[in-house]
Design a protein around this ligand. Structure first.
Ligand SMILES: NC(=O)c1ccc[n+]([C@@H]2O[C@H](COP(=O)([O-])OP(=O)(O)OC[C@H]3O[C@@H](n4cnc5c(N)ncnc54)[C@H](OP(=O)(O)O)[C@@H]3O)[C@@H](O)[C@H]2O)c1
Length: 251
C-alpha cells in the first residue's frame, strides 16, 4: 500500500514535552498535519495538544511513551497506528546526566544509553514496518554534535548519540527502498531545559528555530545536517585535532 497523495498526514512527535517538540508540533500542525504527542507527562502534553488543535484546527492526540520501557513500545506503535492514515516521525527524546555523576553511578550510564540509544532503536524498529508498508514518509531525528567525537565532559551521552547516528545511517539505506527519508539533525547548543544553567555554552540556538530546521530539512529529504549550520565547521575542526592532543583538552 503506498501513500495516497493529498491524504492528511500525522506527525508522531516522540519527546513532545520538550520546547523543541512543542514548537515542532505547532509548526507541523500549522502546515496542515495532524500530530500525536508522545511522552511521559501526559497532563502537560494534553495542554499542548489542546492548544495545537485549537490554533491549527487539526487532530492532536496524546499517547503515553517512556523510552526506557522498551517492552511497551510495540503497543505504543499499535496505539498510534490505530488512528489511521500515513505517519511521519520526529524523534527527539533524550537525557544528558552530567558526566561526573555518571562516573560515580553506572546506573546513570545505563539510563543514558537506554534513553538516547536503546529507546530510540526500540521504538524505531517497531515503527519501521509501518513506514515501509506506507511506501513513503519521513523520519527526522534530533541528535547531537556530541556524537561526532568522544569528549572528556560527556562521553557516555556522546557515545549514545554517536551509536544512534550510525544506526540511522543503516536505517536510511533500508528505508530509502520504501521511499521513506531519514534525516539526522546534529544540533549544537540549544536553549532548552537540558542545557539550562550549564556553564560554557556559546551560540545557543532557540528551540523554535531548531524545530523549523528539522521540518524543513526533512521536507527537503536531507540525510545529515548540522543545526545551526556553522556547527559543521566547528565539528570539522574538532574532529581534525589529533587524539594525542585532544585527550589533554578539558572539553
Ligand atoms: N539542549 C541542547 O543543548 C541539545 C544539544 C544537542 C542535542 N540535543 C538533543 O535534543 C533533544 C531534545 O532535548 P532538549 O534540549 O529539548 O531537552 P529537554 O527539554 O530536556 O527535552 C528532553 C525530552 O526528552 C524526553 N525524555 C527524557 N527521558 C525520556 C524517557 N525515558 N522517555 C520518554 N521521553 C523522555 C523529555 O520528556 P519528559 O518531559 O518526560 O522528561 C523531553 O521531552 C535531545 O535528544 C537532546 O539530546 C540537545
Amino acid at each position: 500500500m503506498s501513500v495516497a497523495s493529498g491524504q492528511r498526514r500525522t506527525w508522531i512527535v516522540l519527546g513532545a514535552s520538550s520546547s523543541v517538540g512543542r514548537a515542532f508540533s505547532r509548526q507541523a500542525a500549522a502546515g496542515g498535519s495532524d500530530v500525536i504527542l508522545a511522552g511521559r507527562d501526559t497532563d502537560d502534553l494534553q495542554r499542548t495538544a489542546a492548544d495545537v488543535a485549537l490554533r491549527a484546527n487539526c487532530r492532536a492526540d496524546v499517547v503515553y511513551f517512556d523510552a526506557e520501557s522498551t517492552k511497551d513500545h510495540a503497543k505504543f506503535v499499535d496505539d498510534c497506528m490505530r488512528r489511521g492514515g500515513p505517519m511521519d516521525v520526529f524523534l527527539l527524546f533524550g537525557a544528558m546526566p552530567e558526566q561526573q555523576a555518571i562516573d560515580q553511578d553506572f546506573a546513570l550510564a545505563l539510563q543514558t544509553i537506554g534513553v538516547n540509544y536503546v529507546g530510540a532503536v526500540s521504538v524505531l524498529s517497531r515503527l519501521v514496518p509501518h513506514l515501509e508498508a506506507q511506501g513513503g514518509g519521513r523520519v527526522v531525528v534530533l541528535s547531537s554534535v556530541a556524537g561526532d567525537r568522544g569528549r572528556l565532559k560527556n562521553y557516555v551521552y556522546g557515545s549514545a548519540k554517536g551509536a544512534l547516528n550510525l544506526y540511522l545511517q543503516g536505517l536510511r539505506a533500508r528505508l530509502a527502498r520504501s521511499n521513506v527519508s531519514v534525516t539526522t539533525v546534529k544540533a549544537g547548543f540549544l536553549d532548552t531545559d537540558m542545557s539550562y544553567g550549564m556553564p560554557g555554552l556559546f551560540l545557543v540556538a532557540p528551540p523554535e528555530a531548531c524545530a523549523k530546521a528539522c521540518l524543513e530539512l526533512s521536507a527537503k529529504g536531507r540525510e545529515v545536517a548540522y543545526f545551526p549550520r556553522f556547527w559543521w565547521a566547528i565539528m570539522t575542526i574538532i574532529k581534525s585535532i589529533p587524539e594525542r592532543i585532544f585527550k589533554r583538552l578539558s572539553i
